[in-house]
Write a protein that binds this ligand. Structure first.
Ligand code: ADP
Length: 448
């Protein structure tokens, strides 16, 4: 970067230098041309005056070297020339400057001489006797001028080159220094400092991105920790029924079970296997929801029908626990994943039956609200005390472990509910008091 900045400054300085030189040369050339013309005019006037008084003697006496002096007679014959033999010269009457002088008293022209490959300036003045005095001089061309200025130009160019080199090196160092000194891990340290004003937007962006990365990192670590804990807990939960099954099988294998106890033993094995199936099913559901329910179909669902279906599947379990399970309310559309909505209602109703009392009630209701659809699952069960209310949605968290095991709970039901609700952007309210019962109220966004 430093090299790039240096090169840019260096090139710019060089370009400015060259442009200034060309510009100055242009101005100097035009100035010198004007001065030369003015001088030629004055000299011509003086020579004309002298010639009018003394004729060719005056011109001879001048011994002029810088100008060519020609005296032209009234008929165009050359009477005198300072550089050639006048007798051999052609008639000069038709020369532009001579014609002009004859008409107006003064004439000027500028011609390019092919033989000398330079520009010649002519100035002519009419004398009172009708003859014309003409002076000419070589106009300095740009290369001639450059040649004359070669030495000062070279000195200025070398000085300017050295100066721009030094400036480019200093400037590029000064620009890059604060950037090199910057610690990209601590952008906040440089915000507000004078040397970093220009790159402050970049520093602010860096800080924002670093905060974002830190946040994401923390979230990732938390998720990874939850996953690890979940795997450990799930393995532990699976081990318990597996141990029980292999224990019962071993007893049966060794003939340690009486003939009359074989059936109850087989029943126990089936129950433990059922628990495992239930647990594995819940783990699969949860894993799927954890991945954001990818690939699952979203559609318009009637929440009342879903509630009725879930309740139908649980009627026999409710009857076994002497609990009355009812569904009421109106049809209401919700945009969602039918299986997930079903498992939300199913798990809430299942809990409401499991943690109820004999002759208790579970009422499910669906109602339309101005901007949402409300699902309510209320029971007359044992309730949940305040301190457990925020924790029951954690994986494998149970208020009463033995009661949960006894009623076939996996500890994952409410985690599945929580994840399902998150996917559907639904809001949950929990109202519960020990001994009185529990009401789960969910607000789904309306399908419109
Ligand atoms: P489980 O499989 O143990 O029922 P859940 O995640 O469904 O696991 O519920 C977590 C815990 O919350 C349960 O063990 C129970 O203690 C408590 N719980 C859930 N629903 C109710 C309810 N309707 N009434 C009382 N306690 C409940």
């Amino acid at each position: 970067m430093s090299k790039k900045i240096f090169n840019s400054i260096w090139v710019v300085a060089l370009a400015v230098l060259l442009a200034s030189l060309v510009f100055i040369m242009g101005i100097t050339y035009s100035y010198f041309s004007d001065v030369q013309e003015a001088q030629l005019r004055i000299e011509t006037e003086l020579a004309a005056k002298g010639t009018a008084m003394d004729g060719a003697d005056y011109l001879d006496g001048l011994g002029e070297k810088n100008y060519r002096i020609t005296w032209i007679g009234r008929d165009g014959t050359v009477l005198y020339d300072s550089q050639a033999d006048s007798a051999e010269m052609e008639n000069h009457l038709e020369r532009e400057e001579v014609q002009q002088a004859l008409k107006t008293g003064h004439g000027e022209s500028c011609r390019y001489s092919k033989t000398l490959s330079e520009e010649l300036l002519y100035c002519a003045e009419l004398l009172p006797d009708g003859t014309v005095v003409r002076l000419s001089s070589v106009r300095s061309t740009v290369p001639m001028l450059l040649l004359g200025f070669a030495q000062p130009i070279a000195i200025v160019a070398v000085l300017a080159l050295a100066l721009s080199f030094w400036l480019a090196a200093r400037l590029s160092k000064k620009i890059v220094e604060p950037i090199n000194a910057l610690d990209p891990d601590k952008p906040s340290d440089y915000i507000g400092k004078e040397a970093y004003t220009e790159i402050e937007p970049l520093l602010l962006k860096m800080r924002m991105q670093q905060n974002e990365i830190a946040k994401n990192q923390a979230e990732l670590e938390k998720t990874s920790q939850i996953r690890q804990e979940f795997t450990a807990n799930a393995s532990h939960e699976l081990k318990t029924p597996l141990h029980a099954i292999s224990g019962y099988a071993e007893l049966l294998e060794n003939g340690m079970v009486k003939q009359s106890d074989i059936r109850p033993f087989a029943g126990k094995i089936r129950l433990e296997a059922q628990r495992m199936t239930q647990l594995v099913g819940d783990i699969i559901d949860l894993t799927q929801l954890d991945g954001g329910a990818d690939g699952m179909q979203w559609e318009l669902c009637d929440l009342k029908s879903i509630a009725e279906n879930a309740a139908d599947s649980l009627q026999s379990a409710a009857a076994e626990s002497s609990v009355e399970l009812t569904v009421s309310g109106e049809s209401a559309s919700v945009r969602g994943i039918p299986q997930v909505l079903y498992s939300i209602v199913y798990n809430l109703c299942d809990n409401a039956i499991k943690y109820n009392r004999p002759d208790g009630k579970v009422s499910v209701s669906v109602a339309k609200e101005p901007s949402s659809v409300r699902l309510c699952v209320a029971d007359t069960g044992i309730g949940i005390s305040e301190e457990h209310q925020s924790r029951i949605f954690e994986r494998f968290y149970r208020v009463d472990k033995s009661r949960s095991k006894e009623v076939g709970g996996t500890g994952l039901g409410l985690s599945i509910v929580k994840h399902g609700l998150m996917i559907h952007h639904a809001r949950l309210e929990l109202d519960s008091a020990p001994g009185k019962g529990t009401i789960f109220t969910i607000h789904f966004p309306t399908a419109e």
